[in-house]
Design a protein around this ligand. Structure first.
Ligand code: GAL
Length: 659
């Protein structure tokens, strides 16, 4: 566990660098990320590199005892490069190339950009690959930020055709898989296929889904090129990329497979403002962020990282890019940092060292104000560094791995498919995955977020948010694990080619769930349907939202109807260890059902409510208070506390020995 910072030496006079490095070190910072936007200073004119300033910056940081995370600068191709190769610019759905003048203005499929990137990455990796201060690498910056995964350029379409050829081999196979006979959309050759955009009405959904899969593969290919160059010139130094919060536009599992460290950029207040949350939720968690939002991302990225994941950028104060930008409550920067470590992070790195007084992000806080005084976030970062020393003094194994008994399946294609074919305007996959996650966390459970083809062995409970396409062997893998399995509505509802399964949903899952979804309906946001539990227990029911699957089964099957909609149709059915929800239920009912099923799985649950969260890592238990009341830990002995005490104040953190 260590803290780091993002630093831009090119933004400040060289006379400040030594003092900056000294103060970083004094604060307890151990690693510094640099250079991800510095191409125009590395190569001011084509082919003429200027490494002098960067050499000196790296030397200054290294001399202060700091480890450098060196970045490739490809998120910001310089003006001269764009002028030479305007086809580097990505093309929007409106057919217009995006302009130079901000960042991420490149097309993953542009051959000119692929070559230019190869060249600059090689130059940086050759120059710094073996520098003693350079300990890690970051490829590019936030792939896909500002809606830049999908481009509709001629280069992208040309590569898409090749991608289709490799996938379907013959045009007949493609026509058949997509069902292009519908509306006379049949193709006679791959070269007739364009990007699925600009059509009179909805473009073919299978065409759109394949375009998204293709665009995702392009990101992986581009990243892989950079990783290979870095590995060749900088052996033994881990390579990372900084992913974004709840970002789903490419398959992160595929990109992470080529990296050593999956990292992500955590901006809890900006995220709350920009995501789907209702206005009352946004107001409630205005200055703390939603108690499950950062955690969900930690668990997503922990699962795909070979080495412990990091938070590469941690919000230090107000950001500039959300519609409204509140300031975190005092204590939140520390709480967020500890929450990352509790979920397995190896590093929390703050963005940025000092607020920039110029350009786009001048309203974005740093650890220091623009006049170079320590800001609130700076003091809290130094407190975190001190806390880390305290924790390790008391517990040498604080870096222990997380052992969760609960897995939540999270899938990127599901997001694209539901976006292409929502059938109800607000059927938003990440939201539903997050709501299931949140319900599990409210029960005090630690959760691993895993891909659909994960090994489920060792888990007691597997939760599958709506997952339209399931692998053929999914049911067998789940059954073999012996876990209790919860499947959300619409699971198994489509084939890989985006068709309705021949036996109707849940398709291949009928081997374990003997049912047939013969009709579905989506529900407006202001419409709910009552749900009544069949069992005789304390809660009598709740309500259904967004969606209803209409289920039927043969009378001879073992299907157990556990809850019904008010009109008598099954809302929740069970067959052995498999539980199927025919709708998305209100939060309280979801928590209630998960608690029951978790108990059936042999797990202990707690009723934490919505503002206290608990995580376990090795011998330590971490408690976080997002609420506005003191939280009492009556059951913990005073001498078990490593950080904090039995009274966890609002925005407070407590860490105690539980074993
Ligand atoms: C991130 C990005 C940084 C900076 C930051 C501001 O998305 O990687 O470069 O823009 O947001 O919050």
């Amino acid at each position: 566990m260590r803290v780091g910072v993002c630093y831009y030496p090119e933004h400040w006079p060289e006379s400040m660098w030594e003092d900056d490095a000294r103060r970083m070190k004094a604060l307890g910072i151990e690693q510094v990320r640099i250079a991800e936007f510095a191409w125009s200073r590395m190569e001011p004119t084509p082919g003429e590199y200027d490494w002098g300033w960067l050499d000196r910056a790296v030397d200054v940081l290294g001399a202060a005892g700091l480890k450098v995370v060196m970045c490739t600068p490809t998120a910001t191709p310089p003006k001269w490069l764009i002028d030479r190769h305007p086809d580097i610019l990505p093309v929007g759905a409106d057919g217009r190339p995006r302009a130079f003048g901000s960042r991420r203005h490149y097309d993953f499929s542009s051959p000119a950009y692929f070559e230019a990137s190869r060249r600059i990455c090689t130059a940086v990796a050759e120059r710094y690959g073996k520098h003693p201060a350079v300990a890690y690498w970051q490829t590019d910056n936030e792939f896909g930020c500002h809606h830049t995964v999908v481009s509709y350029s001629a280069a992208a379409v040309a590569r898409f055709r090749e991608w289709l050829k490799a996938r379907y081999r013959t045009i007949e196979a493609l026509n058949d898989a997509w069902g292009t006979v519908f509306w006379s959309m049949e193709y006679r050759g791959f070269d007739e296929i364009d990007a699925p955009v600009g059509t009179v009405t909805e473009a073919h959904p299978s065409h759109r889904l394949d375009y998204r899969r293709f665009a995702s593969d392009e990101v992986a290919r581009y990243n892989r090129m950079q990783v290979e160059i870095i590995r060749a010139h900088s052996p033994g130094r881990p390579v990372a990329h900084n992913f974004m919060q709840l970002f789903t536009e490419f398959d992160h599992y595929k990109v992470a497979a080529d990296l050593d460290v999956a990292t992500w950029d955590s901006y809890p207040l900006g995220a709350l403002e920009e995501q789907w949350f209702a206005p009352d939720i946004k107001a409630r968690w205005l200055r703390s962020g939603h108690p499950d939002f950062a955690s969900f991302n930690h668990d997503v990225y922990r699962g795909m990282s070979k080495l412990p994941f990091w938070v590469m950028e941690q919000q230090p104060g107000p950001v500039n890019w959300a519609q409204w930008n509140p300031a975190p409550l005092p204590g939140m920067v520390r709480l967020w940092s500890w929450e990352a470590f509790a979920h397995g992070a190896g590093c929390v790195s703050y963005f940025r060292w000092r607020q920039a007084p110029f350009a786009q992000e001048q309203m974005h806080a740093g650890l220091n104000t623009p006049d170079n005084r320590l800001d609130v976030g700076g003091s809290e970062a130094s407190q975190v560094a001190a806390d880390i020393r305290t924790v390790f003094a008391a517990n040498a194994d604080a870096n222990a791995a997380i052992r969760s008994k609960v897995a939540l399946v999270y899938d990127y294609e599901a997001k694209w498919l539901f976006e292409i074919h929502p059938q109800g305007a607000d059927f938003h996959y990440p939201r539903f995955a997050f709501e299931y996650y949140s319900a599990l966390r409210a029960l005090g459970l630690d959760v691993d977020v895993v891909p659909v083809d994960a090994s489920f062995d060792g888990y007691s409970l597997v939760v599958v948010p709506p997952l339209p396409v399931v692998p053929d062997d999914f049911a067998a893998w789940l059954a073999r694990s012996g876990a209790q399995v919860v499947l959300g509505p619409r699971t198994g509802s489509k084939t890989r080619d985006l068709r309705i399964p021949a036996n109707l949903p849940p398709g291949a899952l009928t081997s374990v769930l003997p049912l047939r979804v013969w009709r579905v309906e989506s529900m407006r946001p202001n419409v709910t349907e009552a749900v009544v539990l069949e069992q005789n227990d304390a809660a009598t029911g709740g309500f259904a939202r967004h969606w209803r699957d209409f289920i039927e089964s043969d009378a001879s099957t073992s299907l157990d109807v556990r809850a019904r909609f008010a009109d008598g149709h099954p809302a929740y059915v069970r067959s052995g260890a498999f539980h199927y929800f025919a709708s998305l239920f209100d939060d309280a009912l979801t928590v209630h059902l998960f608690a029951q099923i978790a108990r059936a799985a042999g797990l202990e649950t707690q009723a934490l409510g919505d503002s206290v969260r608990i995580s376990r890592r090795g011998a330590l238990t971490y408690v976080f208070n997002y609420g506005d009341q003191v939280h009492l830990l009556d059951h913990v002995a005073d001498d078990a506390f490593v950080i904090g005490s039995r009274e966890v104040a609002p925005q407070g953190v407590a860490i105690y020995r539980s074993q």
